[in-house]
Design a binder for this molecule. Structure first.
Ligand code: FAD
Length: 341
């Protein structure tokens, strides 16, 4: 559903397409990283889990959809702000389910509704406006490129990601969840956080950094180091970079971001710079931090993990550590968090 023209506008910001209501102040690239007052009643109670299911999903409305990748990125990623009115609360690191509209024919030839897709929530529980009334997603548009022709086949494009990236202000979204307890922040607000993301895997970490640095929550005063490793193909594929730069400038001793730009940078051996190569550059520091109680998080495409594991195993061996025992020890102490898809 297209919102009335008077209420929304499509503009281009730094070469990027932006649909948002004219009056809305939110953008996906704020550089104001000062701590905001938030409605702290959202700190109360137990962690919400599966409040809404497939049979009776929560109906929310899209507020805005912004393309946050540049023209030379390998694919389009959108930041989507959803008006929830605070009625589907969540904690940082959780995901929502989205049921795309329409039906499909299942393997038995029956027409059934589309299945639910999960998306990590990219804002803190207070949302991008710090009032607890919205939640944001970071969605990569799934396209299908025919391996023979090398051309996109729109008939095979991803259903839910295209529905979300094409949504207009006012579009209704059927949501489930929240789900997930793998990527939660540690109870110890002083524990260092090492967050390793590829692509949209940055979403839960944005929810973390906003909670850690941009909100005034009396019961959660982050005192540790926040270290983000971000892997994307090139500079145009960076996500939320302006926000990251502002945080690095405001918290030089507490916030670090290191990029692995596979198509722009070279690793030490002269090959493409993948996320594991960038993490390896700081392996000694990371092993030390983990030894001292840091939490390490991984989020992004499944394909990121084998390279990371192989690198960590090699480093562990060089330190005389048994890799399996080392990882098991971290898992046992709940310092190891992996959510890949
Ligand atoms: P689908 O319609 O499910 O299609 C899947 C793929 O198959 C697409 O690439 C499509 O092009 C291709 N395809 C379709 N038809 C054919 C065909 N006939 N032959 C061959 N290929 C075909 N994604 C994000 O973008 N951001 C997130 O933050 C995020 N978080 C997630 C968190 C979790 C815990 C999980 C499990 C997943 C997450 N995902 C996230 C992935 C997301 O759930 C979806 O899987 C993704 O958006 C693709 O869904 P879709 O409906 O667009 O594609």
């Amino acid at each position: 559903m297209r919102a009335p023209a008077a209420q929304c506008a499509a503009t281009r910001v730094a070469g990027r397409r932006v649909f948002r209501p004219v009056a809305a102040a939110s953008t996906a690239w704020t550089t104001d990283v000062t701590k905001r007052t938030v409605p702290t009643q959202l700190e109360e109670g137990e962690m919400p889990l599966n409040t809404y299911g497939n049979k009776a999903p929560f109906k929310a409305k899209v507020r805005s959809v912004e393309t946050i990748t540049g023209p030379k990125a390998t694919g389009e990623t959108c930041h989507i702000i959803i008006e929830t009115e605070g009625k589907i609360p969540f904690w940082e690191g959780q995901s929502y389910g989205v049921i795309p509209p329409g039906t499909k024919i299942n393997s038995k030839g029956k027409e059934v509704p589309h299945g639910t897709r999960l998306y990590s929530i990219a804002s803190s529980r207070y949302g991008d406006d710090f009032d607890g009334k919205t939640a944001s997603l970071c969605v990569r548009r799934a396209v299908y490129v025919d391996p023979e022709t090398g051309k996109e086949d729109p008939a095979k494009k991803g259903i839910c990601s295209n529905f979300l990236c094409d949504a207009k202000p006012g579009t209704e979204i059927a949501m489930t969840g929240p789900t997930g307890k793998v990527l939660l922040l540690p109870a110890d607000a002083n524990a260092p956080l090492i967050c390793v993301a590829t692509g949209t895997g940055i979403a839960p970490f944005r929810s973390f950094w906003r909670r850690c640095f941009m909100e005034n929550v009396p019961s959660y005063k982050f005192g540790g180091l926040f270290w983000l490793f971000m892997g994307v193909a090139n500079s145009d594929a960076k996500l939320y970079d302006e926000e990251l730069k502002a945080l690095a400038a405001a918290y030089p001793s507490q916030f670090r971001v290191d990029y692995a730009l596979s198509r722009e940078q070279k690793n030490r051996k002269g090959g493409k710079m993948y996320i594991q190569d960038k993490v390896e550059e700081y392996a000694d520091e990371i092993f030390g931090l983990l030894d001292g109680g840091a939490h390490m998080y991984f989020c992004g495409l499944k394909g990121m993990m084998p390279g990371i594991q192989e690198m960590l195993e090699r480093v562990a061996k060089s330190k005389g550590l048994n890799y399996e025992e080392w990882v098991e020890g971290l898992k046992h102490k709940n310092q190891w968090h992996v959510e890949v898809y």
